[in-house]
Design a protein around this ligand. Structure first.
Ligand SMILES: O=C(O)[C@H](O)[C@@H](O)[C@H](O)[C@H](O)CO
Ligand SMILES: [Zn+2]
Length: 299
């Protein structure tokens, strides 16, 4: 941790930057601007960003094995043809909850896409509570509802042996775990892994590293935490120059760089003047630990 460097690499701001995913084949980073309703695909080599606008708030976008992407947008799962810039609906959720939208999502090691919902926010982290649910999209395009009563469905990832799903419902201020059955995609035995301390902010996006430790971006915390899920202890804290750090993923050559998204929605002029890089994308190097490649939707 001695030579940790934090750089702002994408200066174009997102209202709510989120859901970073490294695309190994092209050496690009995919991330969304949820309320900016756009998907960004940034190439670090050229520093060019390709974009695609979405119709509704877009919670997460993930690569698809057969090409293109799958997104969780509004209350639908949809396929994205990046070349043609078109989308095709696969399934709808929360049809009885007009005020809901998808938030964070990730693909499991078998290629299923997991994503959860929440009510629309009145302001950051202020919303009608317990409106969300947690879903997965199977390879055959059927949808499973795993549980409801979610406030803000957020970061998730699987243990390296695929036996545990780590999950964050932001307003619980915890990282939790479930036993995971990789064969069936079913979860059970919910329990606490880590409770955030005062001043650490609200737990948001999360990813696992090659040592099985969790990296948790903390909204209003200006930091990413490294948590040991086995001891429930915080191992490290990386501070960033913006309060609203939203999510993180490993990427770059051999997954040694940590990319961190941020938001500026909900900040007033004074905050924005103080934090000129709010909403930008950051790269953290020198952590001395690597990540693992992301999974692609296999359906
Ligand atoms: O990025 C997300 O997951 C949410 O969509 C955001 O709105 C904030 O993070 C949330 O308000 C804090 O938990
Ligand atoms: Zn989030």
């Amino acid at each position: 941790m001695s030579s940790v460097k934090v750089e702002c690499v994408v200066k174009e701001k997102s209202l709510i930057g989120e859901g970073p995913v490294w695309e190994e084949r092209d050496g690009t980073l995919l991330f969304v601007d949820i309320s900016g309703k756009r998907i960004n695909r940034w190439n670090p080599e050229t520093n060019q960003t390709q974009i695609m606008k979405t119709e509704k708030f877009v919670g997460a976008v993930v690569p698809r094995k057969s090409g293109g992407y799958i997104m969780a947008e509004g209350t639908r799962f949809a396929a994205v043809d990046w070349e043609k810039q078109t989308t095709t609906t696969i399934a709808h959720v929360d049809s009885d909850r007009a005020n809901n939208r998808f938030n964070d999502g990730k693909v499991d090691p078998m290629g299923r896409f997991f994503a959860g919902t929440m009510a629309m926010e009145v302001q950051p982290a202020v919303l009608e509570r317990k409106q969300g649910s947690f879903y997965s999209l199977n390879l055959d395009h059927t949808v499973v509802k795993h549980f409801d009563q979610v406030d803000i469905s957020n970061g998730l990832d699987w243990s390296l042996d695929h036996k545990i799903l780590y999950y964050i419902d932001s307003l619980s201020y915890m990282v939790e775990a479930f036993d995971y059955d990789i064969q069936t995609g079913k979860i059970c035995n919910r329990r606490k892994v880590y409770s955030l301390e005062k001043g650490e902010g609200i737990p948001d996006g999360m990813c696992i590293d090659i040592e099985g430790k969790l990296w948790v971006a903390c909204y209003n915390g200006a930091r990413v935490l490294r948590i040991d899920p086995h001891t429930g202890k915080r191992m490290d804290t990386v501070m960033l120059p913006v309060d609203k750090t939203t999510s993180c993923c490993f990427g770059g050559k051999d997954y040694s760089e940590l990319y961190v998204t941020s938001a500026y929605q909900g900040m007033d002029q004074e905050d924005l003047a103080r934090q000129s890089e709010a909403g930008c994308l950051f790269r953290v190097t020198g952590l001395g630990v690597k990540g693992i490649p992301p999974n692609s939707f296999a359906g």
